[in-house]
Design a protein around this ligand. Structure first.
Ligand SMILES: C[S@@+](CC[C@H](N)C(=O)[O-])C[C@H]1O[C@@H](n2cnc3c(N)ncnc32)[C@H](O)[C@@H]1O
Length: 281
């Protein structure tokens, strides 16, 4: 496992990160009232529709959804082939591809497109471009849904503030936005989706706020570990000093009731705004 050179993803993908991404799926789901999506598509999913998940990671969302909705077909697109299990449910498939090179499907291919936790993978203009390309792939009355969390937390202690101050700089230097979740609604509106709806939840990062807080705090800690080389370089610290700082973050989750916002936004495509099918794709 290892990140392809052409990709921006800031977290080094390894077994620890795969486990973290899987656990984060369950944390987010439970905080959104135990639901995997917000769009009003339950009946369509039961009837059987085509679904695309962009940056599907180890496929946790897809596996959960494909077991709930056996008549629907789920496609994951993911750059890292090694993180997807070899044995797949019958109604799923994965395509290994860098979506920054274009999303390799014809227009009118999907009824529902989902993308989550890609804020550390794309800069702002790439993110918007992916939204634009996704909309082109939707069938009439199809839905696009996005979900992102804030990468800067609320109620941080001094060590966490130091880490996340650097993190923000690292991201801004790459034209990435740690608060991308606040722009999702605007992007969907700009690209002319209708009936846009937004759901926000605050997810704790401290065991002082219960089991979810404890698990989410640990998740953030492992995520920082996956970025420790980037952090060390930016902060001009040794590996050891960076690790100590990250341990300090975990300590602070036990005394500061940190939390962050997660946003889920969806919109429906106008049935008359479909692109003509391009013959050359
Ligand atoms: C934080 S994980 C999110 C996984 C999944 N969406 C979820 O919420 O559980 C981001 C995933 O996007 C993948 N990724 C990053 N850049 C990508 C790209 N340019 N094209 C396709 N996949 C990409 C990474 O390999 C990683 O598996």
């Amino acid at each position: 496992m290892g990140n392809s050179g052409s990709v921006n993803y800031l977290v080094k993908v390894d077994e620890v990160q795969v486990d973290r991404i899987q656990k984060l799926h369950h944390i987010i789901k439970s905080c959104f009232n135990n639901t995997n999506y917000s769009a009003p598509i339950s009946k369509d999913l039961e009837r059987g529709i085509e679904v695309l998940d962009i940056g599907s990671g180890p496929g946790t969302w897809i596996f959960d959804m494909s077991s709930d909705y056996k008549k629907s077909k789920f496609t994951g697109i993911e750059i890292e082939s090694s993180i997807v299990p070899a044995i797949l449910p019958f109604n799923t498939r994965f395509i290994y591809h860098n979506v920054l090179d274009g999303i390799p499907f014809y227009p009118n291919s999907f009824d529902y497109i989902f993308m989550r936790s890609m804020v550390l993978c794309f800069n702002e203009s790439q993110y918007e471009q992916i939204i634009k390309e996704s909309i082109d792939l939707l069938k009439p009355n199809g839905y696009l849904e996005l979900c992102e969390g804030e990468v800067i937390f609320h109620n941080m202690g001094p060590i966490s503030r130091r880490i996340f101050y650097s993190m923000e700089k690292i991201l801004r230097n790459r034209s990435m936005n740690p608060l991308m979740c606040n722009r999702l609604h605007e992007f969907l509106a700009k690209h002319k989706l209708r009936h846009i709806q937004q759901e926000d939840v605050m997810i704790p990062l401290s065991p002082l706020n219960g089991k979810i807080g404890e698990l989410h705090g640990l998740n953030a800690y492992y995520s920082l570990y996956g970025m420790k080389d980037v952090l060390a370089k930016h902060m001009r610290l040794s590996k050891w000093e960076t690790e100590r700082l990250i341990e300090g973050f975990l300590d602070e989750t036990r005394t500061y009731q940190m939390y962050c916002k997660y946003t889920r936004v969806y919109g429906e495509i106008h049935s008359n705004s479909q692109q003509p099918i391009k013959k050359d794709r």
